[in-house]
Ligand binder design. Structure first.
Ligand SMILES: C[S@@+](CC[C@H](N)C(=O)[O-])C[C@H]1O[C@@H](n2cnc3c(N)ncnc32)[C@H](O)[C@@H]1O
Length: 294
């Protein structure tokens, strides 16, 4: 008993310091780890499994919803062999493959190498050509212009204000004169229904975050004034600690209109999700169509 206490005492300062760090509420957008998370050699493989799960709304939405949503998008924007579409953050190509099925000229951009590798294999296997690009879409550039640009599954919400500005300016540059932008975001209604939480778990092996045994400290922080959420995960293994910060800025329609307008984009239609359902006060998500202001 005496020895055990001594051992604890030696590690005490370091442990307290680490726990303080792990439990600290960061400043809004203080850290950006999105690329690290989606490209982590182990986590990206786990993400790919979740993308492809039929009934799960993680990484990608469930397959029934994606079918319904892709069909709605194809009809709404009359996607066909004369349309050029670019899907930002296309993941393993669940939407791009469906768009390519119409004969459209489709580009998919994602920074996850394992997702694009899967998407490419599927595109060859099904003979549905898609121009896949492995890139951070904040840095992506091309001379091509698109009839439709999509950003699906609330990926706009993970960006900090500077990144949002970069991306909206990019959309304006890459849209054809009559081109359209389709983006979905989380709403204020969603924000109000999230509870701040914290917990930790011990995972012996082959968990979501690591193949090795590890502890995960999970936090959900809320930033009321900014309608900003943070899901933070600190993963502690024997020889390393990683932290991932998943920000989720929730929007009201007027706020989104104002932001888009400052970039020369006009929101011309809005829906309760990216499958075209109607928007109401209980909608957790909102999908908007925008065009460059004439
Ligand atoms: C939530 S998933 C959605 C995937 C896809 N849109 C869907 O609905 O099936 C977000 C995707 O965006 C990608 N992503 C996130 N930030 C990115 C960035 N800055 N540049 C390129 N891809 C990014 C991730 O790798 C991931 O595949």
């Amino acid at each position: 008993m005496k020895e055990l206490l001594t051992e604890f005492k030696i590690a005490n300062d370091a442990m307290f310091e680490l726990l303080e760090k792990i439990n600290r509420r960061p400043e809004p957008y203080e850290f950006y780890t999105t690329p690290d998370m989606w490209n982590d050699p182990y986590v990206s493989g786990q993400m790919l499994k979740y993308h492809l799960m039929e009934d799960v709304d993680l990484a990608s939405r469930n397959m029934d919803f994606i079918d319904r949503s892709a069909n709605w998008i194809i009809n709404e924007f009359k996607i066909g062999n004369e349309t050029s579409v670019c899907d930002f953050g296309c993941g393993p190509g669940l939407y791009t493959a469906r768009f390519a099925g119409t004969g459209a000229d489709v580009t998919g951009i994602d920074l996850s190498e394992s997702s694009i590798e899967y998407a490419l294999k599927e595109s060859l296997r099904n003979d549905l050509p898609v121009n896949y690009v492995i890139a951070n879409y904040l840095e992506y550039d091309t001379n091509k212009k698109f009839d439709l640009i999509t950003l699906i599954f609330c990926d706009f919400c993970v960006l900090n204000p500077k990144q949002r500005d970069i991306l909206l300016a990019k959309f304006v540059k890459l849209l054809q004169p009559n081109g359209k932008l389709l983006v979905d975001v989380s709403t204020h209604h969603y924000f109000y229904n999230v509870e701040p939480t914290y917990n930790y778990e011990y995972v012996k092996a082959n968990g979501f975050w690591s193949a090795e045994s590890h502890y995960v400290f999970n936090h959900t922080f809320k930033y009321d004034g900014k309608k900003l959420l943070l899901n933070k995960h600190a993963i502690i293994e024997k020889n390393r600690t990683r932290e991932f910060f998943n920000w989720l800025k929730c929007y009201s329609l007027p706020e989104l209109r104002d932001l888009f307008s400052r970039h020369g984009l006009e929101i011309t239609n809005c829906f309760g999700n990216i499958a075209g359902d109607s928007l109401n006060d209980d909608s957790n998500e909102m999908a908007v169509i925008a065009e460059v202001k004439s």
